[in-house]
Design a protein around this ligand. Structure first.
Ligand code: NDP
Length: 320
């Protein structure tokens, strides 16, 4: 899929391009499944945190079979399945990634599960633990709980013995959150939502919020946070501006922390710790990526649009 000008998902065009050659330190992978993130849609629209340079092929996380090794690559064999986290280029039959972009996943994962893993699970881990410093028995509020990051966050939170309040826009989505172990579920537009979060968390509010909606909801997240609690700002799905009054943080000793996986991945210590802990949790059988709707490569625009239209649950997958 090639993007030559930025805009709505239908700017993506299916094209025949030459087979990419892996340069030094790179690996060519035959793509089996691509995980689609909110960030991919924002990047095509030209609304992401970093500037999107065209022409380019979208797709940052995927699973596939190692096809060819560039100069100096060792420790990986052609023919094995790998999960990859790269910048762009996955919406294709073949993609080239730096060897450092390989993410260990268990052999028991299907290609779609492996493609659903890197972004959501590393982000959820860093939100809950690295930045959230969650402790067993604490409450955490998970927004967009039936989405890719939301389902990963519920699973990891439960595996860490946290109590989860899940919010989402429909009853069907809340049902999925409950099936994954959410202790309390609330409709995002429940008129009594703030009060209900306070009640569920013993009147104090929650010590940890994973904030992904932004806009007016950001103010509300602060209200739902317990004194000395933390709001981890991970996304702005509403695409509306949010306002922060420093005085409100002072009064209740709140902490607001931003999280961007791309910059955290370059912290080798944090990445190693997250990978070790995620490998342990996956091995214990308590964490299985939620594969959502699956689309053919030619239907990429529809996949992107459905994600934006809040029609999907779990990780949207595209199979070339
Ligand atoms: P999801 O699968 O969660 O899909 C997005 C969900 O956002 C929707 O299903 C919807 O759930 C919710 N949403 C709330 N308000 C809106 C709105 N106005 N328009 C569209 N959707 C809305 O996607 P991802 O897991 O890829 O991403 C979830 C969020 O986390 C995004 O904000 C994304 O940018 C962020 N993120 C950030 C990362 C980082 O490094 N900072 C890494 C990964 C994700 P519902 O219908 O229940 O409201």
């Amino acid at each position: 899929m090639l993007v030559e000008r930025l805009g709505s998902p239908d700017v993506m065009e299916l094209r025949d391009l030459p087979l990419p050659e892996p340069g030094p330190g790179q690996i060519r992978v035959k793509v089996e499944a691509v995980g689609i993130n909110f960030a991919d849609v924002l990047a095509v629209a030209g609304e992401y945190l970093t500037r999107t340079r065209v022409p380019y092929t979208p797709g940052m996380e995927f699973a596939g079979i190692v096809d060819a090794l560039g100069e100096g690559v060792s420790g990986v064999q052609p023919g094995v399945r790998v999960a990859c986290l790269g910048g762009t280029g996955a919406l294709a039959e073949y993609a080239v990634v730096p060897a450092a972009g390989l993410i260990p996943v268990p052999e028991s994962f299907s290609a779609a599960q492996a493609a659903a893993f890197p972004v959501s699970y590393f982000t959820a881990y860093h939100g809950l633990k690295t930045l959230g410093a969650a402790q067993p028995g604490q409450w955490v509020l998970v927004q967009a709980a039936a989405g890719a990051l939301g389902t990963a966050s519920i699973q990891l939170a439960k595996a860490m013995d946290l109590n989860v309040i899940a919010m989402a826009s429909t009853e069907e989505k809340l049902e999925l959150a409950r099936n994954l172990g959410a202790d309390v579920t609330l409709l995002q537009d429940d008129p009594d939502r703030v009060q209900k979060v306070m009640e569920a968390s013993g009147g104090r509010g929650v010590p940890l919020v994973l904030e992904v909606v932004g806009g007016k909801r950001f103010q509300e997240s602060l209200k739902m946070t317990a004194p000395r609690g933390r709001v981890i700002v991970i996304g702005n799905a509403s695409r509306e501006p949010a306002h922060l009054q420093p005085g409100e943080l002072m009064k209740r000793n709140l902490t607001v922390t931003g999280l961007w996986l791309t910059s955290l991945m370059s912290d080798q210590e944090a990445t190693r710790e997250a990978a070790q802990e995620l490998t342990r949790l996956v091995g214990s059988g308590r964490v299985t990526p939620q594969v959502g709707p699956t689309y053919a490569l030619a239907d990429s625009a529809r996949a992107f649009q459905d994600l934006m239209d809040r029609k999907t649950t779990g990780k949207v997958i595209i199979e070339p």
